[in-house]
Design a protein around this ligand. Structure first.
Ligand SMILES: [Cu+2]
Length: 558
């Protein structure tokens, strides 16, 4: 075991401890989440009352609006979901769940966070460069993004966008190497791959998907940068290029990316549902195989984002079929989660409520995805608010509900203190209520023919009909933001005055609960050994799956 660092700088800033790095990622993501949420407030206020000043911001020009939409999407995916779900929880939990004292490469881990921190500075700086933040949409499609002739040359924001995303990818590739090596090499004595808790499996499958899909997007980004700065014409038809090429490169990454975010979220759910239902995880191996199948399928569905680009309709059919097929493994996972709850003696902690809420809301997102995935339906609803509603019903549960669940669940482990329950319940109720109030009306708007990315719907007579729905959605969004205040108060209050939690407040059976809260540097004073061969949630020969396991069934060597 390495010696614990003593200076403040080595302990909390340039730390090599996976737990500190995990929390750094988590809190950076949380800060960016507030930032991205504020952008959503500007967008929604403008849509409800076009043309008038937005309180706290001023009037929103069309250029501003495009930048807000672009940066909201960009920040929520790359600077909230990725750092919180993949890096934050991944860093904190992987070593603890497999009985390791730290990540395989602690220095690389520290470098990963600081490259990410730099990317955060760059993306924030992009608001202040000539031309302001990128307004090309989070997908940065050319020709809009490629050629200065569309933007009179003052669009440094796009270069900053590309640089920031590139830096973030470097950070996550470094993190990914660490996750894989740690899971393969540093498991506790006695723990096979098939004994690893679900969260670890989900994280490493997500990491592999990320590593395999990110290459084409990096190539696309380099070509885009060359088109913008060196006069090449990869995406410029007048020079023999093709803007559609970028869409293929982007979505070859972009669709798998959804699973890079989804899988850690499912992993968090798996841990919380089993712990708080006090039951074995139903179908542990089945879930993992389903996840691997979904991971493979995720590489052959990307063109479902491009049905209306003029691609060959014969090609649309296989992409539709694959897209609808990919819902099967996730349906398997969801049913396994529900079966895990079945006849459990459920402890409704705030974390558990968020976990159950996540399953319920995400189902709505998944089911509406089947509608979008079919080319015949998508050609009608493409680029409408139906799509906006659909992906917020998938991404909000993934990016916010699952991390909230995880944060409440492991907060006692992170800091050795309980969070305040009444404040947590207010946070939960407000979040779920206002989330639905914000996004349910958007399905209707989409069906009514409202197109997204129109800064001022009042300019179009046919859009007037949906104005009241835009207003409801905006009230919902403001309520949703305000509902986060009790959460922030709760963190501060619980850190200062929270009840002491002890090592295992939820009677969990995974290894992180066998050490102190917060775990010391090195996690355990002695190397951990696991005596039970089978995965403890899911003993072989099934029926046992249904027996509540209240007592910890594996022991760590002392
Ligand atoms: Cu997709």
């Amino acid at each position: 075991m390495s010696h614990a660092p003593t200076s403040f700088l080595r302990k909390y800033v340039f730390s090599e401890d996976h737990k500190v790095i995990g929390l750094q990622y988590m809190f950076t993501g949380m800060f960016m989440g507030l930032f991205g949420g504020f952008l959503a407030y500007i967008i929604r206020s403008q849509l409800a009352d076009p043309g008038s000043a937005v309180a706290g911001f001023g009037e929103v020009s069309n250029v501003d609006y495009n930048a807000m939409v672009t940066m909201h999407g960009t920040i929520m995916v790359f600077w909230v979901a990725m750092p919180v779900l993949v890096a934050g929880f991944g860093n904190y939990l992987i070593p603890l769940l497999i009985g390791a004292d730290d990540m395989a490469f602690p220095k690389l881990n520290m470098a990963s966070y600081w490259v990410f921190a730099l990317s955060t500075v760059v993306i924030i700086a992009s608001f202040f460069v000539p031309g302001g933040a990128s307004g090309t949409g989070w997908t940065t499609y050319p020709p809009l993004s490629a050629n200065s002739m569309y933007s009179a040359g003052v669009d440094w924001g796009i270069n900053f966008w590309i640089l920031a995303v590139a830096l973030e990818f470097i950070a996550f590739l470094m993190g990914g190497i660490n996750f894989l090596t740690t899971a393969v090499n540093l498991r506790a004595k006695g723990m096979s791959l098939w004994d690893m808790p679900l969260f670890v499996w989900e994280e490493i499958i997500a990491t592999i998907i990320f590593m395999l899909s990110v290459g084409p997007l990096i190539a696309g980004a380099v070509m885009l940068l060359l088109d913008r700065t060196a006069g090449t014409g990869f995406f410029d038809p007048t020079q023999g290029g093709d803007p559609l090429l970028f869409q293929h490169l982007f979505w070859f990454f972009g669709h798998p990316e959804v699973y890079v975010l989804l899988l850690p979220a499912l992993g968090i759910l798996g841990e919380i549902l089993t712990t708080c239902a006090r039951k074995a995880l139903y179908g542990y191996k089945m879930i993992i195989w389903a996840t691997i199948v979904a991971g493979l399928l995720s590489f052959v569905v990307w063109a479902h984002h491009q049905y209306v680009t003029g691609m060959d309709p014969r090609l649309a059919t296989p992409f539709s079929v694959m897209t609808i097929l990919i819902s099967v493994p996730f349906a398997v996972t969801m049913f396994a989660f529900i079966a895990t709850l079945w006849k459990g003696s459920i402890r409704f902690t705030v974390g558990m409520l968020f976990a159950i809420g996540m399953v319920a809301e995400f189902l709505l997102g998944g089911v509406t995805g089947i509608v979008n995935g079919s080319a015949a339906a998508d050609i009608y609803i493409h680029d409408s608010y139906f799509v906006v509603a659909h992906f917020h019903y998938t991404l909000f549960p993934i990016v916010l509900l699952a991390p909230f669940a995880g944060f409440y669940h492991w907060f006692p482990k992170f800091f050795g203190k309980h969070m305040n329950r009444p404040l947590g319940l207010i946070h939960f109720a407000g979040t779920i209520l206002f989330f639905n109030m914000t996004f349910l009306p958007l399905f209707n708007l989409g069906m009514m023919g409202h197109q997204r990315r129109i800064a001022d719907p009042s300019l179009f007579e046919y859009l007037a009909e949906g104005a009241y729905l835009q207003e409801i959605a905006t009230i919902g969004a403001i309520g949703l933001l305000l509902s986060q205040i009790p959460f922030l108060i709760n963190i501060a209050y619980s850190l200062l005055k929270g009840r002491a939690a002890g090592p295992n407040p939820w009677e969990g059976t995974t290894l992180e609960w066998t050490t102190e809260s917060p775990p010391p540097h090195g996690n355990w004073s002695e190397p951990v050994e696991v005596f039970r061969s089978a995965y403890w949630y899911s003993p072989p020969d099934t029926e046992a799956d249904f027996i509540p396991q209240n007592e910890p069934v594996q022991e760590a060597a002392k």
